[in-house]
Unconditional design. Structure first.
Length: 412
């Protein structure tokens, strides 16, 4: 049973704690007004414990602003305004910001700052919306995700500075769950700083794990604290004739409809696309001829399960194509993570490459979405372009991580 709004408001109490939705807080020439809850979702209706109609949100904001006329307004809102850091991907990709809030901001010159949350996907970002700076401080709700804190500087009625900080905990380190975190705390290691300072041998004894895993946890803790990649071993992959490869399959991985190969020396991506599942043999034959014509290529992938190594030979064999062309693919997931720790929670290529500076053209899409979009084939020209660029981004992001490690990270 979801508590009613009045019951929830009872938890907003304590020294220097204010419910600014109920009563605006005046601080000199500034006034902080609040906007609790979120608007009704246009597709799913009420989502969350506290929801309001757009009409109610509009009325509330207008009354709050009117009661503090002549002041510079800071809006503390659970939901963002429509069109600014409000793109949600859970339950479908769509904007979920308040249209009434967006209309409230558009004509105003006295709202330099909006602090919001609600949309986890856009957390940790800021954006200008007309004359306002919108800062989304939402933290992800997946296990081990850090809490986000934004330190915002306002001078002369304008946002002059923004500094982000992450609050990490023991379970933010890959390989540490609740039980391991409890054992570490019982041994006197209560936070990441203490984990980073502990010896690998001590961590090994506490967790009863191998020295390599203990050293990796220590490095990951240090990486999160310093917000930098920490390299503890040289990346051992080929340094010449490199080609990055990535495949796209149907939802059950029974057939391959796209293979992308990026040849580093050519600085070019070669895409092999099956317009329908019936074209898989033709597409794989073209791929076979391409690879056999470039026998010097060192094919590299990233999956942690040898996905390309397993599936490509299977599909080649299904059509009587010699598997020798793809037998030498190397999944370099373990090589990357056995030599470096990154200041991100997950080990996904998307998260790591983003930290290394890569910007995907379709950041909201993943392999499941791509397979779902392809469906039974015959995609439109526009969808085909989207699928090709999505696949190429996967390849280029791996290239970015490799080059980052080779160029920017010093051994610790």
């Amino acid at each position: 049973m979801i508590p009613d709004t009045k019951m929830l408001r009872a938890y907003i109490r304590g020294a220097n704690v204010y419910n600014v939705h109920g009563t605006p807080l005046v601080i000199g020439k500034y006034t902080v007004i609040g906007n609790e809850g979120s608007p009704l979702d246009h597709e799913f209706g009420r989502m969350g414990a506290v929801t309001y109609s757009e009409e109610s949100i509009a009325r509330h904001l207008q009354l709050a602003a009117k009661s503090t006329r002549g002041k510079v307004l800071i809006v503390l809102s659970h939901c963002p305004p429509r069109g600014a850091l409000d793109l949600a991907i859970r339950y479908g990709t769509r904007p979920i910001g308040s249209t009434a809030f967006g209309k409230f901001l558009m004509p105003r010159k006295n709202v330099p700052l909006v602090v919001c949350g609600h949309v986890h996907y856009c957390g940790g970002q800021s954006k200008r919306l007309k004359r306002s700076t919108v800062i989304n401080v939402a933290s992800h709700d997946d296990f081990g995700a850090p809490g986000r804190i934004a330190i915002i500087e306002i001078r002369a009625g304008k946002v002059r500075g923004l500094e982000w900080h992450n609050l990490w905990e023991l379970v933010s380190v890959g390989g540490i769950g609740e039980s391991r975190a409890a054992r570490l705390r019982n041994s006197g290691i209560n936070d990441l700083a203490q984990l980073a300072d502990a010896s690998a041998e001590y961590i090994k004894q506490v967790l009863k794990c191998g020295i390599v895993e203990a050293s990796s946890m220590k490095a990951k803790a240090s990486s999160l604290l310093k917000h930098e990649a920490i390299m503890f071993k040289t990346l051992e992959i080929p340094d010449k004739n490199r080609a990055y490869i990535d495949i796209e399959t149907d939802l059950t991985s029974k057939f391959i409809w796209l293979v992308g190969v990026h040849v580093e020396d050519d600085a070019r991506t070669y895409s092999f696309f099956a317009n329908t599942p019936a074209n898989e043999k033709e597409m794989l034959t073209e791929l076979f001829q391409f690879i056999m014509g470039r026998p010097e290529l060192q094919l590299l992938s990233y999956s942690n399960c040898a996905f390309e190594q397993r599936l490509l030979p299977q599909r080649f064999s299904a059509y009587g194509l010699p598997t020798v062309a793809v037998d030498h693919i190397r999944d370099i997931y373990n090589q990357i993570h056995s030599c470096a720790a990154f200041p991100v929670r997950s080990a996904t290529l998307k998260d790591i490459s983003r930290w290394c500076g890569f910007r995907a053209r379709h950041p909201e899409m993943d392999g499941f979405d791509a397979a779902l979009s392809y469906g039974s084939g015959k995609p439109s020209k526009r969808l085909k372009h989207t699928l090709l660029t999505y696949n190429e981004d996967d390849i280029l992001s791996l290239k970015q991580v490799v080059r980052y490690l080779e160029a920017n990270t010093k051994l610790q």
